[in-house]
Design a protein around this ligand. Sequence first.
Ligand SMILES: [Cu+2]
Length: 168
Amino acid sequence: MKKMGFLFASLVALALLLAACGGAAPTPEPVSFTIDMTEYAFSPDTIEAKVGQRVTLHLVNRGQLAHEIMFGRDLMMMNNRPSGYQVDMFEVAGVEPEVTMMADMESAEQEEEEAHTGFMVFLNENGSEATMTFTVTEDMVGEWEMGCFELEGVHYDQGMIGKFIVTP
Ligand SMILES: [Cu+2]
């Protein structure tokens, strides 16, 4: 009788263990990418991430001009110029990336002069660097565009565009 009780307890323990393992999907490993910005491109121009993943983007401006990066979809026009996205990826997801500027703290003032809305990291020319970190959420699933809208959208028109793809 005592032996049966032990066997039963063992089975219950095993069942609980299996239930715990089968529950939540494992958290994906964190990833990090370095994105070089030049005239007029992001390199690499496609970044892929998964829901739940911690993503670090190290942005480096290797160009002769100031550049920026925004994430969204549906182009916003202002005075017939591309000026940003109607749908900002981070706004939709309610996620605020942590941004660390490695050089050049003048960026804040410059940002205010621009008519952009939505999340943006601005980098002055010649070697400015920043790191942005965030966790991907389900609201981000799908394909988004990364773009630079400097010089009243000239950079965007010149093809300073990339893709940010989020899979479940
Ligand atoms: Cu640019």
